[in-house]
Design a protein around this ligand. Sequence first.
Ligand code: TYD
Length: 208
Amino acid sequence: MKGLFITLEGPDGSGKSTIARFLADYIKEKGYDVITTREPGGTKISEDIRDIILDNNNTSMSYVTEALLYAASRAQHVSQKIRPAIDEGKVIICERFVLSSLVYQGIGRGLGIEKVKEINDFAIQGVEPDLILFFDIPPEIAIRRKTKKNQGDRLEREKLDFHRKVYEGYLSLMEVYEGKIKTIDATKTKNDTFQQAKAALDNLFEKI
Ligand code: TYD
């Protein structure tokens, strides 16, 4: 079997990391070889780029630089980790992918969807997710969950206005990914959220 590439999307604090772990355990139990990974990051070079992007001292970073760094981090991640795993028939659970850049940089930062898509098309060289799970939670609730835990990185410290734009950006792009994207109500308990994500996965596995 060719591998399966599943990405998790949604606002900061929507619970993607927790559900990624639950899903990986579930897929393992089903007998598949699974890896979990994240963006920005996932390889040494990509994690190094992540540190630059999220560094709270980098207040002078231009939005174009930010978008290119996310794309650069992604290019390395795809070539070194994701494509090889797909070729080996693995199931890949990845927190965030191109949709994050379209929404955060394209809409949130105002760089425009087309430009951001262009640099990302170059970065991913045709590797597209088989399924996108969108963790739907209004930013007001999600941010409260997150900032209870820590001070927040450079992106998390953005004002609520930015996170609202990001959230609405996600909603506005749903139809572009129609058929590939499944909305999960992430305002519920962890277990309830997991059950919804699991159902979407079961559905995908039935089709292969
Ligand atoms: P992440 O560590 O996934 O944050 P969280 O756990 O809160 O989801 O991502 C770090 C930040 O980077 C997050 O604020 C979203 C942002 N981001 C972009 O702006 N563009 C991108 O392409 C990606 C992958 C992330």
